[in-house]
Every structure is written in structure tokens, then in C-alpha cells.
Design a protein around this ligand. Structure first.
Ligand SMILES: [Ca+2]
Length: 96
């Protein structure tokens, strides 16, 4: 009897028709599953708090893997943040 080792187990003759080889862990799969990942929000787009290489971007916190990161900048808290987009109106300075 010859033992054949398939590189891809789905290539085996007795593999089920719906056989799928699960993808290796990667940035953007929604799980913090690599040592180099600080976050994984389910995509590999930069600018949303978790960068394209799954590092937490400045002024963001990523409390839940697989979920979008949240900014730590709060408009209207009296502190000037670098990317405060002003989602709510700031009170205008009083004029004398
Ligand atoms: Ca990942």
C-alpha cells in the first residue's frame, strides 16, 4: 500500500465535494490571530482605526476584535484633536 500525501487535502479522491481549505490567519479576517496584530476589525483598510497591517492607529481604540475601532477623540470635550471632524457644532465664541 502506498501512502500518498496531498499538499491540498481537498485534492484527495475521497474529499467531500464542498471541501475547503481554511485560509491562513491574516489581517482583515476579523480575528486577532497573529502575533503581529494589535487589532483586526474585519478589513485591511487603513484610516478606520485599524491599519492595513492590523496595527492600532493613533487616537483609536479597538476593544472588540472583528468590530470597528472607535476614535478616542471626542469633539466638544475642550481638547483639540488632530482629526476632529466636528460631527456636532461647537459653540461659537461669545462676542462682546
Ligand atoms: Ca487576523
Amino acid at each position: 500500500m502506498t501512502l500518498i500525501v496531498y499538499t491540498n487535502p481537498c485534492d484527495a479522491p475521497d474529499a467531500p465535494a464542498n471541501c475547503q481549505v481554511s485560509a491562513a490567519p491574516g489581517c482583515g479576517d476579523g480575528k486577532v490571530n497573529q502575533p503581529k496584530e494589535e487589532c483586526d476589525d474585519g478589513n485591511s483598510l487603513p484610516g478606520d482605526g485599524c491599519s492595513g497591517i492590523c496595527k492600532i492607529e493613533p487616537y483609536y481604540t479597538c476593544p472588540t476584535e472583528g468590530m470597528p475601532c472607535v476614535t478616542t477623540i471626542i469633539c466638544g470635550d475642550g481638547k483639540v484633536g488632530p482629526t476632529c471632524s466636528g460631527t456636532r457644532a461647537e459653540p461659537a465664541p461669545a462676542r462682546m
